[in-house]
Design a protein around this ligand. Structure first.
Ligand code: 5AD
Length: 345
């Protein structure tokens, strides 16, 4: 197994069968070696720095009906909310004081937020906090819309591909959504000049280990600046409410393999991982992640932005707990920095 890991480090890619062997190995020494090499490669590029991003969940209205997601249109139990422009700016202000230099605006695909309104809030954040990066995570939009948002001052865009297998994509999403369109959006984002992020859930219903291998190979080929990988966690009021949650161990291995394939990638240790596993976010960092995205949303809405059940929302993952986050990172030898944390070219 060590040979395979060394080859992955050297070639930054592996044949599918060998990725599969890494994903399935239960040999603890091999897994520890995989994580160790992923950490070493992260540190060659980013040192001991861990970047933080302030996550602002600004709307949970969504026109889509993805079978896995708690804020899907058909979930009538979701209490819908939308932050105002002023509330969003207040989140940024609070975040800035806490040391955040990246704000991530994440939301459902909410038709209220037209290009015009979105561009206006992006411009306002950009003008008020000129030394901060703005990341958007608001789903599929037209090329022209992405372009306007980029020109308004957005720097980065997160859009998980969810799965690189057409058939699997069809089992996670209703018919009006397609992998083709998702991929076309990702290409547009890249072409426009966004630092772009794709990614997937580990253990989503019907996913095979082969799917994960293909997702990792797709990620290598697409070569994004950011990659989001977290375990699937069921939400009780969705069609997938009774499916089992994804494996944290497989998630950690997927993070480590991603780090070795894309040494410079900005790789968050996700909230979902922190929800699925006690110390999950710390374990993610020890498996090669170098980004943490604490929640900056107003406290009243955090419990409404529920993509999955039992989302952590008041502990260390909250932006207010940054001091405690700093301490827990220092304990494992890392250091939270106040920095935009752009992709290293
Ligand atoms: N469990 C884990 N992750 C989820 N997401 C949506 N629903 C769930 C869930 N039930 C992820 C999707 C989406 C991102 C914003 O959150 O991958 O792209």
């Amino acid at each position: 197994m060590k040979k395979i890991i060394d080859r992955l480090e050297e070639k930054m890619i592996l044949p599918k069968e060998e990725i599969l062997r890494l994903l399935t190995t239960e040999d603890e020494d091999s897994v520890e070696y995989l994580f160790e090499r992923a950490r070493a490669i992260k540190e060659e590029n980013y040192g001991k720095k861990i970047y933080i991003r302030g996550l602002i969940e600004f709307t949970n209205y969504c026109k889509n009906d993805c079978y896995y997601c708690g804020i899907r249109r058909s979930n009538t139990k979701a209490q819908r909310y939308r932050l105002t422009e002023e509330e969003i700016l207040l989140c940024c202000q609070k975040g800035y004081k806490l040391g955040f230099r990246t704000f991530v605006l994440q939301g459902g695909e909410d038709l209220f937020w037209t290009d015009e309104k979105l561009c206006r809030i992006v411009e306002r954040i950009h003008r008020s906090f000129p030394d901060c990066a703005i990341t958007l995570s608001i789903g599929e939009r037209a090329f022209e819309s992405y372009k306007k948002l980029y020109e308004a001052g957005a720097d980065r865009y997160l859009l998980r591909h969810e799965t690189s297998c057409e058939q699997h994509y069809g089992r996670l999403h209703p018919k009006n959504l397609s992998l083709k369109n998702r991929m076309s959006c990702l290409k547009s984002l890249k072409r426009i000049g966004f630092q772009t992020g794709c990614g997937f859930m580990v253990g989503s219903p019907f996913q095979t280990l082969e799917n994960i291998c293909e997702d990792l190979i797709f990620i290598k080929e697409f070569s994004p600046e950011m990659v989001g990988i977290g375990p699937f966690i069921p939400h009780k009021d969705t069609p997938f409410g009774n499916y089992k949650k994804g494996s944290a161990g497989l998630t950690l291995k997927s993070l480590a393999i991603t780090r070795l394939m894309l040494p410079k990638v900005l790789l968050p240790s996700t909230t979902a991982l922190g929800t699925a596993l006690e110390d999950g976010r710390m374990r993610g960092v020890l498996a090669g992640a170098n980004v943490i995205m604490p929640n900056l949303s107003p406290k009243e809405v955090r419990k409404k932005y529920l993509l999955y059940d039992d989302k952590i929302a008041t502990g260390d993952e909250a932006a207010e707990s940054i001091e405690s986050l700093k301490k827990s990172m220092e304990k494992i030898g890392y250091c939270i920095v106040t920095d935009r944390g752009d992709y290293l070219k």
